[in-house]
Structures are given as structure tokens and as C-alpha cells.
Design a protein around this ligand. Structure first.
Ligand code: 13P
Length: 253
């Protein structure tokens, strides 16, 4: 059985003080929650304070980050290395988010290199894939996602892939209030699992958690995560409100 993962991607929100307030409130609201892993991915400037807060309160919330460069260190002005994230006890790192691909211009090769760099530091990439509305309407959603998987995971062995988390995030559903239907999410997540089975074998494929992301809210979380191949959620906007994010994490209740 795959342990559901509900991860909050805070994007470029919350300074280090606001981040500590949010994670404290969230931790209180999650008391007693079993059978769901909860992670938060604050901006870089808040990671250190959030890490300390989680440690001091012995929280079960897992720390994630929103990226990191592909090299352990070096002359890369403005970048953060996976090694620095590891030193803060970061466990998950979001890689290949559509906002980085579309707004910052990260290409498939860089996404692949970043995913490997995260793996090599012993952390877990949350690899994001997903199509635009135009690609969906033209019937190209699966080929887009297949291409993203092929390029990002070209150098991965089955053993390595078993540690991976994938997030299917249709670009048209991000921050728009338009959620994919549970059936849409299931269809793509099952396609992704099929691809993983072909590439890495059935055992690996059945262990990989495949999340859905895109306008996940308290009122649609349960039906999305009830789908057999939707193993959790990557939540943007709703992860900035402790009550909403806690309600999503408590989707079974
Ligand atoms: P929203 O939940 O705000 O649509 O964002 C989704 C997302 O991009 C998570 O990574």
C-alpha cells in the first residue's frame, strides 16, 4: 500500500516569520493524524526557521524545498545546491514545476539534471509533469507527459526510481480554480504508472507515489484522492491557509 502524501507548495509566499507561524498552526491542526504523510515546501529563505520549528515541536510534518541547482557547489550566483538543502534536513524537492519550466525557462535537460542531483544527495524529487490546455484539447496530453518522463528519468535505474514521487499537474488547473475531474486525474496517473511499469518494471511502478496537483481544495480533495492511482496531492494556494491545508490532509475524515 502506498502511503498518501499531501504536500504544500508555498511558492513565493511567506517570509521566514510568517512561515513559522503557518507551520506552527498547521502542526497543531494535524495532531493525531495517522496514515497520511504531510510535507511543506516553503521558500528558501524560510527553510532554516521552519526546519528548526519542526524539530523543536517534534512535528511529523516533513520538510520539502521548491528546487535547487544541479551541482553540489560552485560558481552559480543566485542558486541553492541540493547539498545545502540536505544540510537543513530537507527530504522532498520539487523539480520540473510548470512555473519553472514556463516562466523561468527551465528545459527538460536541466530538469533531468536537477532531479538526479536531488537523488544523489539522498533526497526525494517530486517530479512535476503536465500539459497545457491547448495540448489537452489537441489530444496531446499523454504524449507531452510521456516526453517529460522519458527525458527526466532517462538515466534512472529501477532501484532509484522506487524512491521517486511524481506529481501530475495539468497547467490549465494550476491556480485557476479549474480542477481536473477525479476521472481525468485517474486516467493520467494510471497512464504514468503504466509508463513506469514499462520502463522500470511492475514492482517499482506499484511503489511510486503519483500525486495530483491543480486547484486542490478541501471540498475536492477526498474525491481526487479516492482514485486508485492518485496517491496524494501537491497543493498550492490552499496550502497557505492552515485550516484548508489541514482539511485536505484529513481527506479521509
Ligand atoms: P494551486 O493549488 O494553487 O492550483 O497550485 C498547484 C500547484 O502548482 C502546486 O505545485
Amino acid at each position: 500500500m502506498r502511503l498518501p502524501l499531501v504536500a504544500g507548495n508555498w511558492k513565493m509566499h511567506k517570509d521566514h516569520r510568517e512561515a513559522v507561524d503557518l507551520v506552527r498552526e498547521l502542526d497543531g491542526l494535524l495532531a493525531g493524524l495517522e496514515g497520511v504523510e504531510v510535507a511543506v515546501c516553503p521558500p528558501f529563505t524560510a527553510l532554516s526557521d521552519v526546519a528548526r520549528t519542526l524539530k523543536e515541536s517534534r512535528s511529523r510534518i516533513v520538510l520539502g524545498a521548491q528546487g535547487g541547482y544541479r551541482a553540489p557547489e560552485g560558481a552559480y550566483t543566485g542558486e541553492i545546491s541540493p547539498r545545502m538543502l540536505k544540510a537543513l534536513e530537507v527530504h522532498y524537492v520539487i523539480v520540473g514545476h510548470s512555473e519553472r519550466r514556463e516562466i523561468i525557462g527551465e528545459g527538460d535537460q536541466l530538469v533531468a539534471a536537477k532531479a538526479r542531483a536531488v537523488l544523489e544527495e539522498g533526497m526525494v524529487p517530486i517530479l512535476c509533469v503536465g500539459e497545457t490546455l491547448e495540448e489537452r484539447e489537441e489530444g496531446k496530453a499523454e504524449s507531452k507527459v510521456r516526453g517529460q518522463l522519458e527525458s527526466a528519468l532517462a538515466a534512472w535505474s529501477s532501484d532509484e526510481a522506487s524512491a521517486l514521487v511524481i506529481a501530475y499537474e495539468p497547467i490549465w488547473a494550476i491556480g485557476t480554480g479549474k480542477t481536473a475531474t477525479p476521472e481525468d486525474a485517474q486516467e493520467m496517473n494510471s497512464f504514468i504508472r503504466g509508463w513506469l511499469a514499462e520502463r522500470f518494471g511492475q514492482d517499482t511502478a506499484s511503489g511510486v507515489r503519483i500525486l495530483y496537483g491543480g486547484s486542490v481544495k478541501p471540498d475536492n480533495a477526498a474525491e481526487l484522492m479516492a482514485m486508485p492511482d492518485v496517491d496524494g496531492a501537491l497543493v498550492g494556494g490552499a496550502s497557505l491557509k492552515a485550516a484548508d491545508f489541514a482539511a485536505i490532509a484529513r481527506f479521509r475524515e
